[in-house]
Design a protein around this ligand. Structure first.
Ligand code: IPE
Ligand code: IPE
Ligand code: MG
Length: 231
């Protein structure tokens, strides 16, 4: 159910943390937690779309995750991405929503890279709702990549020019970033774009982060005063 009193941010970033611990509490393998997390993400994306949020950026895999997690866990995550892109993304697209990917896809298995790129290519322009997947995403790599493109182009840039070189070029900056799982950090998520984002942290593990909890975060966001340096 949609709560009409909620202020609706244009762009919400979601750091979906705590899947592994959620599984461990149930004496299950970490993959069980990732599966539950994926299902919760699908539910939240639908909820965000119904609320009128325009962009939901979900942190699905960091550059650090790809570099450091056991191959078995990564293979499980890849299978989940495959499943998601083959079924749910099609559903989203059929409803006029768009999909965008941020991150370095070249390091992923080729079939996943293709699935993600095809999903992006099939997306409408000016969709009312866009889900942005951060996969093999890291803010530091994103910023460094933009700097290198700028150097190659050999021209000084203004903010607008620089922002267009980030993976998120054309997407408004996040108004609210939510992190589940109890850690109070951004873990290399949207470092440049979050300069004025409101941050919301919850101890809930991601599979337990219900639509009602998402609404609670939005209510807290509504109550915050965003001054942007003004008085
Ligand atoms: C977040 O959950 C999902 C990914 C990083 C892919 P974790 O896998 O980090 O879960 P915890 O933090 O170990 O509980
Ligand atoms: C952040 O979670 C990355 C994602 C949710 C994809 P991590 O579990 O990787 O973060 P750290 O290692 O606790 O900082
Ligand atoms: Mg974690």
């Amino acid at each position: 159910m949609t709560d009409t009193r909620l202020a609706v941010p244009r762009h919400v970033g979601l750091i979906m943390d705590g899947n592994g611990r959620w599984a461990k509490l149930r004496h299950m393998p970490r993959s069980f937690g990732h599966n539950a997390g994926m299902n919760r993400m699908v539910g939240l994306a639908e909820h965000a779309r119904e609320l009128g949020i325009k962009y939901l950026t979900v942190y699905a895999l960091s550059t650090e995750n790809l570099a450091s997690r056991p191959q078995e866990e990564l293979d499980g995550l890849f299978n989940l991405f495959r499943k998601y892109f083959k079924s749910n993304v099609k559903k989203l697209l059929s409803r006029g929503a768009a999909v965008k990917i941020i991150g370095d896809l070249s390091a992923l298995p080729k079939d996943i890279e293709n699935l993600l790129k095809n999903g992006e290519a099939a997306s409408p322009e000016n969709a009312e709702f866009t889900i942005v997947f951060a996969i093999n995403y890291g803010a530091r790599s994103e910023i460094l990549r933009a700097c290198n493109i700028a150097v190659e182009n050999g021209k000084k840039l203004d903010f607008n020019g620089f922002e267009n070189l980030l993976y998120t070029g054309g997407i408004p900056e996040p108004d609210l970033i939510i992190r589940t799982g109890g850690e109070i950090r951004l873990s290399n998520f949207l470092a440049y774009q979050s300069a004025y984002a409101e941050l919301y942290f919850t101890d809930l593990l991601f599979p337990d982060f219900t639509d009602a909890e998402f609404d609670k975060a939005l209510r807290e966001f509504s109550a915050r005063e965003r001054r942007f340096g003004n008085i």
